[in-house]
Design a protein around this ligand. Structure first.
Ligand SMILES: Cc1cc2nc3c(=O)[nH]c(=O)nc-3n(C[C@H](O)[C@H](O)[C@H](O)COP(=O)(O)OP(=O)(O)OC[C@H]3O[C@@H](n4cnc5c(N)ncnc54)[C@H](O)[C@@H]3O)c2cc1C
Ligand SMILES: NC(=O)c1ccc[n+]([C@@H]2O[C@H](COP(=O)([O-])OP(=O)(O)OC[C@H]3O[C@@H](n4cnc5c(N)ncnc54)[C@H](O)[C@@H]3O)[C@@H](O)[C@H]2O)c1
Length: 450
């Protein structure tokens, strides 16, 4: 093994969204920056290689299947996905940032060993930014390492398309993959350990989403915690407390855990919380001076756009700027079902519990005359709900389950952050035919929330 010493101003560990962005920015102001990534298949990070982008590409492909043979269509969709990702996955850092291939492990508070192949580089940096992301939680149950048990990465290349797929977990990943595989042609059973399906949603919305998925061939079973997998050599039996489900493949989508196992955080004195995430303050400072943690690994919401915002917060931390993590207001989410299901701020249940005087408007998408776009594109499923503070007319939250909701929710989030009165959306001049027009009509139907 050959050893090399390297001193830089800034070392970024992991090619995640926040890390690659701030690496480029810090290099741009003249700092000597190195970025270490442990896998050449992950240049550019999780989002573009194995997560947001490839999964939404597969979701887009399945929307165009149009009755074609499931197995060959799935295979061609996966090939298209691979072509797209191969085109995407080189971020333009090469000119500005020293890229190191290898696994990073702390050897002290400001020193990191980067090992790859026969080489080990000892890197010293006053500023170290940890951006190692998260990985799928494996279930501590018998058979979890069986050949037909997949995580969200390996299931994207399952071969052939499983005739019967069991999805374990009814969160973001479980829902998106369940509908996608049902549309590719699999019989899908989704097992959710909790008693309630999609508990973060208002129950009427959750019921409607469940009914839609059921009508597409996704059987949802709640109160069904997977306790073991038995591979028979021909198929796999998924056992819950009370039932057995037979499948050709299983997707485990039971959350994601921090990727800290290689880092030897104890050598630096970087503390983690009880769940294993790196402890950070409002400015993303860890327990060690000059060491910061950004993205999924710091225990914040696990979204690419939150990781991107961590880059902004950290930039301000390093430049005495004002941005803080806790200043975030109205951070929206979208589950990429068809139609997409987006949420920002309060649900109706939370609004009831808030003690505020609340107005609510809910309309089925199919009944919104001012919004012809769903009818034009042939997707009239869903509903729009907006909650308003009756006293000052500010917007408290929205559930948007409709075509284009991944865009609409950003507009509502912006209105909330600006403290806009709901009339701004109700009386806005919106292009036609667009989905935004729905606000003209839906917000004209506000009534007191009982
Ligand atoms: C299937 C799926 C779909 C998703 N869809 C969406 C979506 O639609 N929208 C959305 O906003 N979010 C989505 N997410 C979540 C999103 O992908 C993550 O929140 C985001 O990618 C996290 O980025 P990050 O900055 O934390 O780091 P990552 O992008 O995870 O990067 C971390 C990098 O660090 C490397 N690394 C780890 N340990 C070491 C080490 N010791 N040394 C060197 N390198 C190391 C890893 O190889 C990796 O490349 C999805 C996630 C999954 C799994
Ligand atoms: N569209 C998006 O923005 C998007 C898409 C995919 C993933 N993500 C991110 O990735 C994260 C991880 O997604 P996820 O779906 O794995 O996690 P999740 O936390 O969203 O959902 C996990 C679900 O699995 C259930 N579960 C856990 N153990 C189980 C068991 N043994 N049997 C049955 N059910 C079990 C949990 O009750 C929970 O409902 C998300 O929280 C999200 O932040 C975002």
């Amino acid at each position: 093994m050959s050893n090399t010493e390297l001193t830089v101003d800034v070392l970024v560990i992991g090619w995640g969204k926040a890390g690659k962005t701030i690496a480029g920015r810090l290099a741009g102001e003249g700092r000597k920056v190195a970025l270490v990534e442990k896998s050449p298949q992950m240049y550019g990070g999780t989002c573009i290689n194995i997560a947001c982008v490839p999964t939404k590409d597969l979701i887009d492909s399945v929307s165009k299947r149009d009755g074609r043979d499931p197995i060959s269509y799935f295979a061609s969709a996966v090939a298209d996905r691979d072509t797209l990702i191969a085109r995407l996955n080189h971020a333009m850092l090469e000119d500005k940032v020293l890229l190191l291939d290898g696994v990073a492990s702390f050897t002290g508070p400001h020193s990191v060993a980067v090992s790859g192949g026969d080489e080990e580089i000892a890197v010293h940096a006053e500023t170290i930014i940890i951006n190692t992301g998260a990985h799928p939680a494996t279930l501590p149950i018998p058979g979890a390492d069986g050949p037909r048990v997949h995580d969200s990465t390996t299931i994207q290349h399952v071969d052939p398309l499983p005739s019967r797929l069991v999805v374990v977990g009814g969160g973001f990943i479980g829902l998106e993959f369940a509908q996608m595989f049902a549309r590719f042609g699999s019989h899908v059973t989704l097992l959710e350990a909790g008693e309630t399906f999609a508990p973060a949603l208002d129950s009427d919305v959750a019921d409607r989403v469940r009914t839609m998925l059921d009508s597409e061939g996704v059987t949802i079973v709640t109160d069904a915690r997977a306790t073991s997998f038995h591979d028979t050599g021909d198929h796999v039996d998924v056992v819950t407390g009370g039932q057995t489900f037979t499948a050709d493949a299983v997707l485990v989508a039971a959350g994601r855990l921090p990727a800290t196992e290689d880092l030897h955080l104890e050598a630096a004195g970087v503390a983690t919380d009880e769940r294993g995430y790196i402890t950070v303050d409002d400015q993303l400072r860890t327990t060690v001076d000059g060491v910061y943690a950004v993205g999924d690994v710091n225990g914040g919401p696990q979204f690419t756009y939150v990781s991107l915002d961590d880059n902004r917060v950290l930039w301000d931390t390093l430049h005495d700027g004002p941005r803080r993590r806790n200043d975030r207001v109205a951070v929206p989410t979208t589950t990429f079902l068809d139609p997409p299901l987006s949420q920002v701020g309060m649900t109706m249940r939370q609004a009831r519990q808030s003690g505020l005087n609340v107005l609510v408007a809910t309309k089925d998408v199919a009944t919104i005359a001012a919004m012809p776009r769903p009818k034009i594109v042939g997707q009239t499923e869903g509903l729009i709900r907006v909650l308003v503070n009756a006293d000052d007319h500010t917007i408290l939250g929205a559930t948007l389950w409709c075509i284009d909701s991944q865009e609409l929710v950003n507009l509502v989030g912006l209105a909330m952050r600006l403290g806009a009165r709901y009339e701004t959306l109700r009386d806005g001049i919106w292009t036609h035919p667009s989905s935004t027009e729905a606000f003209n009509e839906v917000l004209g139907a506000l009534a007191t929330l009982d």
